[in-house]
Design a protein around this ligand. Structure first.
Ligand code: PMP
Length: 290
């Protein structure tokens, strides 16, 4: 992915894509002191731009480092990156990390760095998945308890179990994995939140040990606009058999229907289709903000 044309914004200036490098003694590489965002731009407008910039700042703060850029400056860096690459529709990856100024677990003397990359990225799970629904395996790893790791930060270190789970799913012929949490409750997929439909109502796990996604909150609002009741609660695996529809939400995943989770199957039903369409319209400004 490093050998292509384009520009990456790095610590205040645009650099050619191939020159956006860091030193091998970067603290983040050894100790996972990195936080990132996944953002999408639709028709030249970055969706929920400031929410993503703010979450990046908050994620870094949770890991104990302050970014020397304001939310407005990060917003501007994101817009600048999209414009420099001549994109109207793209995925954007801002990342902040502790640099190579100090080696060892302690990191007080490291500097905070920021980079913003962008590339064209269609449907995260592919167009076929958007239509037919994904097949998910139950992940071999569980979301950790909030007292074991800072679960509110979109921190790189929280993704090692996502990569392992995603690989396990691929090896077994599935598209992705559904992760339970340390209590055994349904949590989320490896890079997206999960929703279920039962008797016309939406059910989604309470985000007390995983990301309360920006797409998740957007879809909850869109559902309520349609008069659909949204219930956030603890969801146990035993309940999966009773849900009629299921889907994932995420900035990359958007609204992706699920056809299967382990032994349980779901229909790609009317409410899922409706919310998928509403989200598609909302991000492009076709469906106005309230
Ligand atoms: N959970 C995980 C683990 C994720 O990586 C993402 C994607 N950022 C989400 C949930 C969804 O968050 P959002 O809707 O803010 O993109």
């Amino acid at each position: 992915f490093d050998d292509r044309d384009g520009f990456i914004w790095m610590d205040g200036a645009l650099r050619p894509w191939r020159d956006a490098n860091v030193h091998v003694l970067t603290h983040a590489m050894h100790y996972a002191s990195a936080v990132f965002e996944g953002v999408r731009c639709y028709g030249g407008k970055v969706f929920k731009l400031s929410e993503h910039s703010q979450r990046l700042i908050d994620s870094a703060k949770i890991l104990g480092f302050d970014l020397p850029w304001t939310r407005d400056e990060i917003d501007a860096a994101i817009n600048e990156t999209v414009a420099a690459n001549n994109f109207t529709d793209c995925y954007i990856r801002p990342i902040a990390w502790r640099g190579s100024e100090q080696m060892g677990v302690a990191a007080q003397k490291t500097k905070a760095h920021l980079a913003v990359s962008a590339w064209e990225w269609g449907a995260y799970f592919g167009d076929e998945a958007l239509a037919k629904g994904l097949r998910l395996m139950i992940a071999p790893w569980r979301r950790p308890a909030p007292y074991t790791i800072p679960v509110r930060s979109k921190a790189a270190g929280l993704y090692m179990i996502c990569t392992l789970s995603k690989h396990a799913a691929a090896d077994a012929g599935y598209d992705d994995a559904l992760m339970f949490d340390w209590r055994g409750q349904v949590a989320e997929a490896t890079g997206a939140n999960v929703f279920f439909v039962q008797n016309g109502k939406l059910h989604t796990p309470t985000p007390d040990c995983f990301l309360d996604g920006i797409t998740r909150r957007t879809v909850m609002d869109l559902a309520r606009r349609r008069g659909v009741e949204v219930i956030e609660r603890a969801i146990w695996p035993e309940e999966l058999a009773g849900f009629e529809q299921a889907f994932l939400t995420g900035s990359a995943a958007e609204v992706t229907p699920l056809a299967e989770i382990g032994p349980w199957t779901f229909e790609v039903g009317a409410l899922t289709r409706q919310l998928q369409a509403d989200y598609r319209d909302f991000v492009r400004g076709v469906l106005p903000a309230k």
